[in-house]
Write a protein that binds this ligand. Structure first.
Ligand SMILES: [Zn+2]
Length: 226
C-alpha cells in the first residue's frame, strides 16, 4: 500500500504531466510557422539530402496524430499528415527528429542496433511476461513468475536503451534545423528544442513506469516466497 502511494502515484503523475506537456507544446508550436516556409516533408527531404540519404530513404504519409516514425526495415520515413504538410516549427522539428533515426540507421548507431535487437523479446515481455507473472502468483508457481519477470525485464531494458536513441535523434535534428536553414534565428531554434524536449520527457516517463512496474512485480514474487 505504501509502495502504491509513494512510487506509483508520482510515476503516474509524471507520466500524465509528460503527456500533457507534449500535447500543449506541440499544439502551441504547430500554429507558429517556420520562416523558411518548409513543410515537414520538405524539411525531412532537405536533411536526408544533406546526409546523402535522399535516394535511400523514402518519405510517406501516415494516418493519425503524432504517429511519425522511421521504419528501419523498409527504410521509410512515415510522417503524419499534420507534420507532412505543415510548415510549423513543431512539424519541421518532428520531421527532422525522425530523419535523425534514419541517419542512426545508416550509420549503424550502436544504441539503435542494440535497441532493435531487444525488440522481439520486449514485445513478448510486454504481453506474455505480465501473464506469466500473474499466473505464477495465482498458481503459487514461483518459477513461472520468475520467467515472466525476466521477460518483462526486457521491456525495461528496451525503454532504457531507447533513451540515448531518442536523445541522439533529437540532438541531430536540433543541429541540422539551424545549419540547413530549416529554421532561422534563436527563437525558432528554441521552439524546436522545446518540442523535442517535451517528446523526450514522454520517453523518460515510459522508462520510469516500466522500471517501477518491474520492481513492483519483483516485490510481489519475492514477497510471496518468504
Ligand atoms: Zn524518435
Amino acid at each position: 500500500m505504501m509502495y502504491l502511494i509513494l512510487v506509483f502515484l508520482p510515476t503516474l503523475l509524471f507520466s500524465l504531466y509528460a503527456q500533457f506537456k507534449v500535447k500543449s507544446v506541440y499544439g502551441k508550436y504547430s500554429k507558429e510557422p517556420a520562416s523558411s516556409g518548409m513543410t515537414g516533408a520538405q524539411a525531412a527531404m532537405t536533411m536526408l539530402r544533406a546526409n546523402g540519404l535522399d535516394r535511400k530513404v523514402a518519405i510517406e504519409r501516415v494516418d493519425g496524430f503524432l504517429t511519425d516514425h522511421y521504419d528501419p526495415r523498409k527504410k521509410v520515413l512515415r510522417l503524419s499528415s499534420e507534420v507532412y504538410d505543415n510548415s510549423s516549427l513543431a512539424a519541421v522539428g518532428v520531421a527532422c527528429h525522425e530523419v535523425g533515426h534514419a541517419i542512426q540507421d545508416a550509420k549503424s548507431y550502436a544504441p539503435l542496433v542494440l535497441r532493435n535487437a531487444v525488440v522481439p523479446t520486449a514485445t513478448i515481455g510486454s504481453s506474455l511476461g505480465y501473464i506469466l507473472i500473474i499466473a505464477g502468483l495465482f498458481l503459487h508457481m514461483t518459477g513461472l513468475s520468475l520467467v515472466g519477470l525476466i521477460l518483462f525485464a526486457a521491456v525495461v531494458v528496451f525503454q532504457i536503451i531507447n533513451l540515448p536513441v531518442e536523445f541522439n535523434a533529437s540532438a541531430r535534428a536540433r543541429e541540422m534545423v539551424s545549419n540547413l536553414g530549416i529554421v532561422n534565428g534563436a527563437a525558432e531554434a528554441s521552439a524546436v528544442r522545446s518540442v523535442l524536449s517535451a517528446a523526450a520527457m514522454t520517453y523518460v516517463a515510459a522508462a520510469v513506469a516500466a522500471l517501477v512496474n518491474l520492481l513492483y512485480y519483483a516485490m510481489m514474487i519475492f514477497g510471496r516466497r518468504e
